[in-house]
Design a protein around this ligand. Structure first.
Ligand code: ATP
Length: 713
């Protein structure tokens, strides 16, 4: 199925909805379903005249107003904008001035016919006026390029910064929503040279200046011709021709309507299948061995004959169909209208032979103006298409800026006093049930437990049992559908999110490395101290990362994944290193795509994990920190036994000062010292207690522990 790309509507498109969707056949093969705009359904020819785009423009106007106010708030922008507008206005008036001079020439011809004399002074003034116009036009266009640069840059920077903020503040469920992703894709400025807003401003101003140009040209023309015999009549005839050409040209421009096309034609489908089969190497063996080519060829020929001109690609067939769909009456009238000015002129010449030179000059003037007029008219129309698209994207951009996070913020500041954090945070789950968005299975089912302040808790369980989910719910990455989570006895939803997150440090299982330097990667744990290199080094030491970082060529300034590409051209074959980075062995122009300063493969998984741990330590271990809760999802998965031992030793020292929750598959070091172990299986907690409690209970934990212990006997 071939779908239109200009979908601006919310909700679903349903081809079977006859009330809102128009069905037509495009030739023998394709069926097209076009959405009617309910507001326009009653207006005849609304789809032919593409009135949807005007409606789109109308609906987007409040957002355009907001955009203009925003632009005006950018420093110095309004000054540049005023200058740009003045230049464009002046440029759009020049054709009318030139036309006025042409009218003056007509007067000179008229006087010459009547009195057999030429007013030389007037002729000189007219000639120099026309030259001056051209020079001014050139100068203005040139000045305009000087103004557009700074304007474009300022507008682009303003909006990219705003959009960055919009993206940065979105939470996980909102950001992960495919609809939101689609919305962001459409409006988040990519690396294009011009911003959407600037493009919109330019097209709007161009449209305005085209309109000014047309109106001024028309009024000058009519004032020049009003005293000529039949002048206005000739002008009217010429312009009707332009207008009709414009009308017939309308439907060829892309539609803003939502549409979809499909085909049920067996011959066409077979034709396409045969085409594909004959080209693909995958089928060649069987075509040869099975002697299929003759059959395929004759079938292909049959399909082509049956389908005739409908055998082409959808795009071609669709374009022809659109041309034909036009009321042919318009095209019929258009032709003779084109000839009418000549006929009127001839009749007039027969009637008044003396006026021939004057009439000739008027006809010439009218024809040239009418040509430029129809050009402008076409431009105006194509601008409305672009404008309606731009306007609707601006609207979507502002709607995107208003995107609300799914996780709602609370109002109660946390903690009430920082002293209370010195002993950690208590956490309680009461009958919590949770399903991930887009999933219908429970990741947590009726989970209840309580962890006291300063306790060390380990959540154990097999893959997919729900361990990470518990940590994500505590960090309020997601919201449970049922049940309650209490933090120091208060519902987690009522606490101010930023405050609560300030009081927690999380190390996710799927931690990521930012495309920033190692220093920044660690500093992000506590952005408030990102300039404090001593603190960053201390965190790296605690995370067990300092030794290998210092061995790297660029030390803490090393980029694991360099976000900027270097460029080169025509390097000698022996150049394997450039700017301290490896160069792939090609001599032609290319950029080193996403090159890594020190390829991340030079760091092991364990080293990567140590950097992530350092980031968590950066946040949690500084003396004046306000973190009372540490959440670690498999913190030692990639660590060697010594590093794991050292890490847990360090963390155990924090017992009583911070609440710590670990998720793990492994028994041992940590579980023995845990105040509480939660054993999970299939989204529920099956056992709960300290190591000794669980061994005494003789359940699954005890069995697995003994099994593991035997392995070391
Ligand atoms: N983003 C997600 N979207 C949908 N389902 C998810 C998502 N993340 C996890 N799940 C599902 O939720 C269930 C619990 O996952 P969770 O990550 O909590 O398990 P886990 O016990 O931490 O597993 P592991 O030991 O492998 O880390 C699993 O069935 C998993 O497939």
């Amino acid at each position: 199925m071939y779908r239109g790309t200009h979908s601006n509507r919310k909700g679903k498109f349903d081809p079977t909805d006859e009330k809102n969707v128009e069905h037509s056949y495009v030739g023998k093969v394709w069926e097209i379903y076009e959405e009617r705009q309910p507001e326009l359904a009653k207006i005849p020819f609304s789809s032919l005249l593409n009135l949807e785009r005007f409606l789109e423009i109308y609906e987007s106007l409040p957002f355009i107003w907001r955009m203009l106010k925003d632009i005006a708030s950018i420093p110095a922008c309004w000054l540049y904008m005023a200058l740009y507008l003045t230049i464009q206005l002046a440029l759009s008036l020049i054709p009318a001035v030139q036309l006025w001079y042409a009218g003056q020439l007509l007067t000179i011809v008229g006087t010459a016919v009547e009195h057999r004399t030429v007013d030389k002074q007037l002729l000189f003034r007219v000639a120099s006026g026309r030259i001056a116009c051209s020079v001014i036009e050139l100068l203005l266009s040139h000045t305009s390029t000087f103004v557009t640069g700074p304007l474009n840059t300022r507008i682009k920077q303003y909006y990219t910064t705003r959009m960055f903020a919009v993206l940065a503040r979105l939470d996980v469920p909102t950001f992960g929503d495919p609809l939101v992703q689609r919305q962001l894709e459409q409006v988040f400025p990519t690396s294009s040279r011009q911003s959407l807003v600037w493009r919109t401003v330019v097209t709007t101003i161009r449209m305005g200046s085209t309109a000014v140009r047309m109106i001024s040209q028309l009024s000058v023309l009519f004032s020049v011709l009003k005293n000529q015999h039949d002048g206005p009549l000739l002008a009217l005839l010429s312009f009707s021709h332009s207008f009709l050409s414009w009308i017939t040209g309308i439907d060829l421009s892309p539609s803003t309507r939502v549409w979809a096309a499909t085909t049920q034609n067996d011959d066409y489908i077979k034709l396409k299948g045969l085409q594909r089969a004959i080209r693909s190497p995958a089928h060649r063996k069987e075509i040869v061995a099975g002697n299929m080519w003759e059959y395929m060829h004759s079938e292909y020929q049959r399909c082509v004959t049956v389908l005739g001109e409908d055998a082409g690609e959808f795009g071609e067939v669709f374009a022809t169909w659109k041309q034909r769909r036009f009321p042919s009456l318009v095209s019929i009238i258009r032709r003779p209208l084109h000839e009418l000015p000549q006929i009127v002129f001839t009749l007039r010449a027969v009637q008044y032979p003396a006026s021939i030179p004057l009439s000739l000059a008027s006809v010439n003037l009218i024809t040239s103006t009418s040509q430029s007029f129809s050009g402008s008219l076409m431009q105006l129309f194509s601008h409305t298409g672009t404008i309606s698209n731009n306007f609707s994207t601006v609207r979507k951009m502002y709607e995107g800026m208003n995107l609300q996070n799914r996780i709602l913020d609370g109002t109660i500041p946390y903690p009430e006093n920082h002293q209370s954090l010195q002993m950690g945070i208590s956490i309680e789950f009461r009958n919590v049930c949770f399903q991930y968005p887009e999933s219908n299975a429970y990741a947590l089912k009726n989970v209840s437990f309580k962890i006291e302040k300063g306790q060390l808790c380990v959540i154990l369980g097999e893959n997919g049992s729900g361990k990470s989910t518990i940590l994500k719910l505590i960090a309020r990455i997601y919201e449970p559908q049922e049940g309650e989570i209490l933090i120091d006895g208060q519902d987690i939803k009522t606490l101010k999110l930023a405050d609560f997150r300030q009081a927690t440090a999380v190390l996710f299982q799927d931690y990521t490395h930012f495309p920033l330097s190692i220093k920044e990667n660690i500093a992000l744990g506590d952005p408030g101290h990102s300039d404090d290199l001593d603190r960053i080094k201390q965190a790296a030491k605690l995370g067990g990362a300092s030794e290998f970082i210092e061995r790297l060529g660029e030390g803490y300034n090393t980029y694991l994944d360099r976000p900027v590409r270097d460029h080169y051209s025509g390097l000698g074959e022996g150049t394997t290193n450039l700017f301290g980075r490896p160069v792939p062995g090609f001599g032609r122009i290319r950029s080193m795509g996403g090159m890594k300063s020190n390829e991340s493969t030079t760091l092991s998984g364990g080293q990567m994990q140590r950097i992530a741990l350092s980031r968590t330590f950066m946040r949690s271990l500084a003396s004046e920190t306000s973190v009372g809760l540490l959440l670690f999802d498999e913190p030692s998965a990639s660590l060697d036994p010594i590093a794991e031992h050292d890490l847990f030793e360090r963390l155990r020292l924090l017992r009583g000062q911070k609440t710590m929750i670990f998720s793990s598959h492994r028994f041992g070091n940590l579980t023995r010292h845990a105040d509480k172990i939660l054993c999970m299986c299939d989204s529920i907690i099956v056992e709960e207690g300290s190591h000794d409690d669980l061994i005494r209970a003789g359940g699954d934990y005890a069995k697995l522990w003994n099994l593991q212990a035997q392995a070391f006997l």
